[in-house]
Design a protein around this ligand. Structure first.
Ligand code: ZN
Length: 136
């Protein structure tokens, strides 16, 4: 689920340049991510996002990690989810060449392990888009 969040975030950045989710609630059965956004998604848009994520999953990209100095990572990666007290080196999690993001969490070893990604519902309110999704 958390690895799927990485792919959804990168897909939203690529399609909408909206930044990674500012809030996420990741559970085993269903998860949700919230984005700063300007409209409710149409059915076509939902389909496009879902297809893009599933395409990356099916490509079975290798997940790897590298470490960079925090001062080198700033300005290159989205750092807002890292704890303030992270000092020295920052762990960057790579999903093939598709996504690279500082993260301290646990991930699949390749994207093919994620399974089929499905957006269940979306809602838009007050400049925030919520995407709910499941895996199967
Ligand atoms: Zn992660």
């Amino acid at each position: 689920m958390h690895s799927a969040e990485h792919l959804l975030n990168q897909t939203m950045v690529r399609l909408y340049d909206c930044g990674r989710c500012f809030s996420a609630h990741i559970e085993r059965k269903k998860s949700k991510c919230d984005y700063r956004f300007d409209h409710e998604l149409t059915a076509d848009e939902i389909h496009r996002i879902q297809s893009s994520v599933n395409h990356v999953i099916k490509s079975d990209l290798l997940v790897s990690e590298t470490f960079v100095l925090k001062k080198e990572a700033q300005g290159v990666y989205d750092m807002h989810k890292l704890p303030e007290d992270v000092d020295g080196r920052v762990r960057i999690v790579h999903m093939g060449n598709y996504d690279a993001c500082p993260c301290i969490g646990e991930h699949v070893s390749s994207t093919g392990e994620i399974g089929a990604f499905r957006i269940t519902t979306t809602s838009f309110k007050g400049g925030a888009l919520r995407i709910r999704f499941k895996l199967s």
